[in-house]
Design a binder for this molecule. Sequence first.
Ligand SMILES: Nc1ncnc2c1ncn2[C@@H]1O[C@H](COP(=O)(O)OP(=O)(O)OP(=O)(O)O)[C@@H](O)[C@H]1O
Ligand SMILES: [Mg+2]
Length: 286
Amino acid sequence: MNEIVAKVLQASGFDSLNPAQQAALDKGLLEGESLIVAAPTASGKTLLAEIAALDTIMNKGKKVVYIVPLKALATEKYEEFKSKYDPLGLRIAISIGDLDSTDPWLADYDLVIVSDFGHGFLTDNLINLICKHSKFLAVNTQTNSANMGFNLITEYTNIDYVALDELEIRYAAHNRTGELRSIMKIIAPKIHCKNLAITRGIHGAVSFCKELGFLSSPALATQVVDTIGAGDAFLSFTAPLAALEAPMDMVLFIGNAAGALAVQIVCNRESVSPVELKKFIATVFK
Ligand SMILES: Nc1ncnc2c1ncn2[C@@H]1O[C@H](COP(=O)(O)OP(=O)(O)OP(=O)(O)O)[C@@H](O)[C@H]1O
Ligand SMILES: [Mg+2]
């Protein structure tokens, strides 16, 4: 008997394959063929996946992803595979996005930057962990056509630095037309945010913090090719500055400089380079 098949049978407490399993083996399960196995519930389909997986890991030196449609099933399979294959030296992990963890490993990092694009990857549990353990937390909750009105900064709390665009904070405040500064003043304490920066495209950026109140800084772009990704460039460069406690007027200025370079890049083809940013800032002061 094939060594891998023998190992899986032994780990499962069986003596031999059933006819459906043998048929799958004969059709090339261990020869790298793609197979669709249609058989009733509890007829041993998982065992076939385990044989193929073990062969892939042990003989081919590759990794395996086992996908199921339900979280409960993922947990069940995780426990089962772990108890069966841990003894063979396989490392089994589970990813269902909302595992409860009390491990404060995030606290080892000086800065945690969250770009939440609202596709569901960041579950409530993960957000709670991030907000609880991050030493310095910087967040953007991106609005796009798929999540409009649902991906809100108000899901987060205890945020050290927030960078949103104007539409994003208006959604969070359910306020389309009110004065932006009043909206910022309402939202900042609601999410326990120390420094709030709002980007306004061609109108630059404005910030609010309790101690200094409002500061604003104009856009610096001279040539606009594609504005997509400008807000991300703003967040990427300003979050580390905010973590270093740089003065907010400097943070906004450098953010607008990064934005000015980002709007010259088509479709996020490249990122804004720190060298280009330094050069750009030098020309602004000339
Ligand atoms: N049309 C523009 N003209 C000049 N500067 C711009 C323009 N659009 C963006 N910028 C610069 O980029 C910064 C961030 O842009 P914006 O407010 O559009 O972010 P955003 O809406 O989050 O963008 P995205 O989500 O596509 O990354 C602005 O503060 C500004 O400095
Ligand atoms: Mg944005």
